[in-house]
Design a protein around this ligand. Sequence first.
Ligand code: GTP
Ligand code: MG
Length: 366
Amino acid sequence: MKMKKIIAPTMTQAIEKVKQELGNDAVIFHTKKVKSGRFFNLFKKENVEVLAASDPEQDFPLKTLSKTAENKDEKPLFLADKEIGLPFRRTADKVDRLFSGPENVERFRKLLKDQGLNEKHIDEQLQLLVKKWYQSDEKLTGAELSRLLRAQLIQKLDPRRFQSPILPNKYVMLIGPTGVGKTTTIAKLAGRAVLDEGKKVAFITSDTFRIAAIDQLKMYADILNIPIDVAYTEKDFQELIEKYADFDHVFIDTAGRNFQNEQYIRELARLINDDRRIGLYLVISATSKYEDISTMIDQFNRLPAERLIVSKIDETQTYGAIISTLLNHPQLTLAYITNGQNVPDDLQAPDVRELINHMLGDINEQ
Ligand SMILES: Nc1nc2c(ncn2[C@@H]2O[C@H](COP(=O)(O)OP(=O)(O)OP(=O)(O)O)[C@@H](O)[C@H]2O)c(=O)[nH]1
Ligand SMILES: [Mg+2]
C-alpha cells in the first residue's frame, strides 16, 4: 500500500492528482481544508488536502475512486465533496469513527519509520492492519489496532526462530565488522560456560591483525584460567581445532575487517574450510542502519552463518533495523543480544516480544 498526501486548490484537482499518482483504485482516507501561504502566512490560500492510498486488495469494502463513479446520486460524505459531487455512500455522522482507524495507522507509520523499520515492512504491516480494520466494520480502537500490530509482528517474526541460549556447537566462531563486540562477546560466552556451567573451554584467535587484539583475549583467558592459542596460518588453525577436540567449547575470535572487502570474506572461507563442526555467528551492532546490515549479510552470505548476535542494544533506542533484518532473513536465527560492556553479565537470550515492545514503545498502550 502506497499512501500519499495530496494538496490541491480544489477537490476536483486533488482527486485528479490522486488518480494520476495512485491509480483509479485509490482509496481516500481523509480530506480536509488546509491553509497555506508564503511570507509568514500573510497571503494564505485555502487548499484541499486528501490522504489517499493505492490498494489493489480486492476485499476492501470501502469504495474506490473507480467504483464510486457509478453512485453519483448517493449522499456525499464530506461537505467539500458536495461541491464536486464526489459520490461516497457513507453519512457524515460516521466520519469521525471512520477516520480514527487510518489516522492511527498513520501514527503507526510515523513511529515505525522513526524506529528505522524498512519501508517495505512498514507497508506490509500497515496494509494488514488497515484490512483488519475494514473487516471489523471500522470498529477497532487505537489500542486494539496497536495490539493487533504487535501480534502481527510477533507472528511474522515467529518466536520459534529464537532459540534458547544453548550453544549447539563445540566450535563457536564469531565473525563480523570491526568493533562490533566480537571479542567481548566471546569473553561473555566463555565466562558463562566456565563459571555457570563448569565447562571445559579454550580460546583460539586468528586475529593477528593487531597485537592488542591477542592481548585483549589473553586477558580474559587468564581471568578464566583457560588455554588460548593463536592461529597465524590456516595450517595452525586446522591443527588447533584438532588439539582442542576433547574440550566442551572452543571459542574462536577473528579479526574485524571492513566487510565490503572481498579478500576478508575469502580468507574466512579458507579458514573455515567447510568444517561443519564450526558454528558461525555473525555479530551485528544494533546501532547500524538496516541498509548497512543488509549489505553485510549479503557479503557474509557466502559463509555458512545462520546465527546472528546483536550487540550494543544498550546504545540505541531504535529497533526497526534489527526487526527488519530478521523479517527479511527468515533463515537466520537470533542467538544472543548483548547489552553492555560488562563481562560476562551483559549477554541476553533474545526475546522477540520484548524487542517488539521496545520498538512500539508507548504506542502499545494508547
Ligand atoms: N555499549 C556496549 N558496548 C559494547 C558491547 N559489546 C562490546 N562493547 C564495546 O565495544 C568495543 C569493541 O568491542 P570488541 O569486543 O573489542 O569488538 P571487536 O568486534 O572484537 O573489535 P575488532 O576485533 O577490532 O573488530 C569495546 O569497547 C567493548 O567494550 C555492548 O553490548 N554494549
Ligand atoms: Mg576483536
